[in-house]
Design a protein around this ligand. Structure first.
Ligand code: DX5
Ligand code: ZN
Length: 220
């Protein structure tokens, strides 16, 4: 599978998002990964739909809004309206019982498809694949977190690698890995079956983002 790279703008210069989006595009990015945090689901607050809408005007790269928020079902419309092409929601944010979570997930997926936004389901490092079984026929993008969500610049949790390979065995769609991606961990994630990589610190803090993207794609 072709490897695609989504720079995570959490590590970008927030005072110059338009330039940062352009820099990512020129460096060969395939999409932008936008981290939305609410201070409840994760202990940090980042950006909302207004900033996604502003970013939308600056770039033609697909925008993936990664919702790390409670009650994502309440925010689908605003993030879709702001111009997100892909919206991921966390399965853990959808309720206490497996039944409640799957029921809500189905509704969110239906709503997103109706408005032509690609739905993606996200799972935390400690969340087993069993929790998203039953959704894999409904989505063609799964986001596997390789750090505990909340902050950029954390270390890749290698214990998620077997989960990525297990998922690849049962799922032919896009598998995005997010958190602690650098040239070394990218290789491990791809070898396990990932084809999409979100990377913040490694790309935005690189001297040359184009070279860094090439290294992640492993085609120097
Ligand atoms: C973590 C975010 C990640 C983060 C990745 O909560 O979901 O997307 O921005 O940043 P790095 O690549 O620095 O680990
Ligand atoms: Zn993310």
């Amino acid at each position: 599978m072709k490897i695609k790279i989504g720079p995570s703008i959490l590590a970008a210069d927030f005072a110059n998002l338009a330039q940062e989006a352009r820099r990512a595009k020129e460096a060969g990015a395939d999409f932008l990964h936008v981290d939305v945090m609410d201070g409840h689901f994760v202990p940090n607050i980042t950006i909302g739909p207004a900033v996604v809408a502003a970013l939308r005007k600056t770039t033609d790269l697909p925008i993936h809004s990664h919702l790390m928020i409670e009650a994502p079902e309440d925010y689908i419309a605003p993030f879709a309206r702001s111009g997100s092409d892909i919206i991921s929601f966390h399965i853990e944010a959808l309720g206490k019982t497996r039944h409640a979570r799957l029921k809500k997930a189905h509704l969110i997926i239906q709503e997103l498809k109706k408005i032509n936004v690609r739905p993606a389901v996200a799972l935390n490092p400690s969340t087993p694949l069993a929790d998203i079984k039953g959704l894999l026929e409904k989505v063609d993008w799964v986001l596997v977190m390789s750090v505990n969500p909340g902050f950029g610049g954390q270390e890749f949790i290698t214990a998620v690698l077997p989960k990525i390979s297990d998922l690849r065995r049962m799922f032919a769609g896009d598998i995005e890995v997010d958190g602690g991606i650098n040239d070394k961990t990218a290789r491990q994630a791809v070898r396990s079956g990932a084809n999409l990589l979100a990377a913040g610190t490694y790309l935005f803090k690189a001297h040359n983002m184009e070279d860094a993207i090439r290294r992640l794609k492993n085609d120097e």
